[in-house]
Design a protein around this ligand. Structure first.
Ligand code: HDE
Length: 720
């Protein structure tokens, strides 16, 4: 079954290309790398039964040497990631604005490999930390590889690549003691942030629930920078790229995320893997915001500034295709670890803008692959090689795979008939956009980049009250972990520039003084010889005050497929209420897991044997989307005496998740919330009790579609 699923994705040119490198040891002899059959893989060669090992044991030496070299340096940023294969299918031709071949024909499918990542944590850290997520897609187009190396947030911390090493040093574990892991909540990061007011907009995104996604399948992606589309006539149109997930954008709660980190640090990786294995293929629509060149200076922000987004109310997102991920990698290291992305991998029809952050990235990515993958031939690694033909005069280097024939490795040549030829533009040769530049060499920041706060305010204003509260809590948590009071105070000072209420609440939670007069922002990022007024941050009047797509909760997508529901059961659970709910949920595509006090099998009241998926020892409410308690007096009375079962329900309630129970919720009577909640409020608050075999599943499914019930006032007071 699993193999069939995997094969369903093989119908694309890149997957066929990888086929020649796939190896399966099934029915084969064990051999050395030189192909010599191995007779004993358990014992080293030694002088006598109890004597020393012999140096001549080439089989042992080869095995151990390979093992000793199995690790490569992890990515300095984005080391922990999960990848998958799939395709992009285009809805409509983009010929008017770009000549990129893969965007010309409706229905055209281009193979892709996508990798999602956290930024800060090491390769072995948890998936569910508060962080930006990388969203990188390699398109294997017929004109060469195109990489869209984006994030799940549309803006970035800094405006200029020059500051990137400082940003990353500050956010990574501190240099003296290498703590904390996978977290920005420490002094060096907030010290840096408090001196870098341009970070403010991105910090609002990072303190929102966007930074703790429910699933990699439920997050947006953004190209961040403004790029260019170039058409056949050489006309340029500015473009911002978006990925819109079919399932909508959903987050975790912070308390939940921290607990999942302990219980299942592979939460996102496993969710992506299982969704693909089970045929719930994740999908995103590719969207573009197109800005005619004439409009470059039309907005109150600079489109080259990566700390700004273009509100969709000003430039709508046009959906031009969909990406479907339908096949898991065969080998994590060979594919997900060795894949090498680069924003400079573009094809004719796509070009760069002068965004100073993008310009710096264009240098960094090849440079980093040279150290990470060990030399200049990383483009030959199967996952990286294009399906387009590639020929040039580059030769040699570590681990060269190609055997280039003939005499010539230079251009121009006559001995090789002049091959390989340069391609004219009409033959598909890449020609950089002819942008006129006539300027002095200077190190400075453009005046048009100096509004650091208005879009942070726009983002905050666009959130629901629940989302605003989570932002306040996140700032309070992060800064609460900061030891230096001055840093906390400086951050509160900066928050006053965004929103007074936000600043006031955070100040209150931190126990620092709230400045009566909004503090003048500190700007340390300017050259020493510049006049201070020149670089004073500005507040620029915004065209719009709030933007609908920026809130997750105002754009809820309701669905059930691939959500996971825990069934709390013990022996003697009633067959009917277990099976009817299970059937109804599975029909909708949900995954049901039987959770019981012990693992193994349980016996239903009707004498059936049911496999238990997890016990209270091996799982917890936080990894589920909803909880259901089937009926059966014996089962319920056993669970009533089990503190873990009651905690499971209290915690699910605290995290605002739908809870369903047969037989009027007898088990729920033992929970903290049952008697505190007026009975007529139950269903409004996502606690579904009353109902028969038909109405109960129907109501429970409707509740699951809502995802969470934020109206559980003071739910966080639940002691769980
Ligand atoms: Fe990256 N970034 N980055 N970055 N980035 C890397 O390249 C860098 C930035 C992003 O799944 C590195 O191959 C600089 C923005 C993703 O393999 C490195 C600057 C955005 C990934 C690097 C930025 C990104 C990376 C580390 C500021 C969103 C993971 C390993 C000038 C638009 C790709 C590697 C994968 C990885 C440099 C800022 C996205 C060191 C210098 C902005 C998704 O080259």
């Amino acid at each position: 079954m699993k193999d069939e699923k995997k094969k369903s994705g093989t119908n694309n040119d890149k997957l066929k290309d990888l086929e020649k490198n796939r190896k399966d040891g099934k029915d084969e002899f064990l051999t050395t790398n030189q192909g010599v059959k191995i007779n004993d893989n358990q014992n080293t060669l030694s002088a006598g039964e109890r004597g020393p090992s012999l140096l001549e044991d080439f089989i042992f030496r080869e095995k151990m040497t390979h093992f000793d070299h199995e690790r490569i340096p992890e990515r300095i940023v984005h080391p922990r990631g999960s990848g998958a294969h799939g395709y992009l299918e285009v809805y409509e031709s983009m010929r008017d604005v770009t000549k990129a071949g893969f965007l010309q024909d409706p229905g055209k499918k281009t193979p892709v490999f996508a990798r999602f990542s956290t930024v800060v944590g090491f390769r072995g850290s948890s998936d569910v930390v508060r962080d930006v997520r990388g969203f990188a897609v390699k398109f294997y187009t017929e004109e060469g590889n195109y990489d869209l190396v984006g994030n799940n947030m549309p803006v970035f911390f800094i405006q200029d690549a020059m500051k990137f090493p400082d940003l990353v040093h500050s956010i990574k574990p501190e240099q003296d003691n290498e703590m904390p892991q996978a977290s920005a909540a420490h002094d060096t990061f907030w010290d840096f942030a408090s001196l870098m007011p341009e970070s403010m907009h991105t910090l609002l995104w990072v303190t929102s629930d966007r930074a703790i996604p429910r699933s990699l399948r439920m997050m947006e992606g953004f190209g961040v920078h403004t790029f260019r589309f170039i058409n056949e006539e050489g006309k340029s149109t500015f473009v911002k790229f978006h990925w819109k997930p079919k399932l909508g954008v959903h987050g975790l709660l912070w308390d939940e995320a921290q607990k999942i980190s302990g219980k299942n640090p592979d939460f996102h990786r496993q969710d992506l893997w299982e969704a693909i294995e089970n045929g719930n293929y994740p999908e995103w629509e590719l969207g573009v915001q197109l800005i005619p060149e004439e409009d470059e200076h039309k907005y109150e922000f600079d489109i080259l500034d990566p700390t700004k987004l273009i509100p969709e109310e000003l430039v709508p997102v046009q959906l031009i295709g969909k990406m479907v991920l339908n096949r898991n990698p065969d080998n994590f290291f060979a594919e997900t670890e060795q894949v090498a992305f680069h924003p400079g991998h573009v094809v004719p029809g796509i070009d760069f803008s002068n965004d100073p952050l993008l310009q710096g990235r264009l240098f960094s990515y090849t440079d980093t692959q040279l150290i990470r993958l060990g030399g200049p031939n990383f483009h030959e690694i199967p996952i990286n090689r294009p399906i387009a033909k590639s020929h040039n005069n580059q030769r040699g280097g570590h681990m060269r795979q190609e055997i280039n024939v003939g005499k010539t490795n230079y251009h121009p040549n006559s001995l090789g008939g002049g091959c390989p030829f340069q391609a004219k533009m009409k033959e598909g040769g890449f020609v950089s956009h002819h942008e006129k530049i006539d300027a002095n060499k200077i190190r400075t920041r453009s005046q048009s980049f100096l509004d650091f706060f208005s879009q942070a305010t726009l983002f905050y204003n666009s959130q629901t009250e629940v989302e605003k509260k989570h932002i306040v809590d996140a700032f309070s948590f992060e800064l609460g972990k900061v030891k230096m009071v001055e840093i906390r105070e400086r951050m509160v000072g900066l928050l006053t520039q965004v929103d007074q209420d936000l600043a006031k609440q955070v100040a209150e939670n931190l126990g620092v003084e709230y400045p009566r007069e909004p503090e003048k922002p500190i700007n340390k990022g300017i050259p020493a010889d510049a006049g201070p007024e020149e670089f004073e941050p500005k507040h620029v009047e915004q065209t719009i005050k709030s933007s609908l797509p920026l809130s997750m909760l105002n754009n809820l997508v309701e669905f059930v497929a691939s959500r996971t529901v825990a069934f709390l059961c013990a022996d003697e659970v009633e067959d009917d209420s277990l099976n009817s709910m299970k059937k109804a949920l599975e029909k909708e595509g949900a995954t049901v897991k039987i959770v019981a006090p012990k693992t193994g099998m349980l016996k239903t009241s009707g004498g059936e044997n049911v496999k238990i998926d997890d016990s209270f020892l091996t799982t917890t409410s936080v990894v589920f989307d909803a909880v259901y308690v089937p009926g059966g007096d014996q089962s319920i009375s056993k669970l009533k005496n089990d503190g873990d079962a009651i905690h499971f329900l209290n915690e699910a309630y605290k995290h605002c998740k739908p809870i369903g129970a047969a037989e009027n919720g007898a088990l729920l009577e033992s929970t903290y919330f049952y008697n505190r909640l007026p009975k007529d409020q139950f269903s409004k608050k996502g606690v579904i009790l009353n109902g028969d075999k038909e109405s109960l599943p129907k109501d429970f499914i409707s509740a699951i579609k809502k995802h969470r019930f934020w109206n559980r006032e003071k739910a966080e007071n639940i002691p769980a």
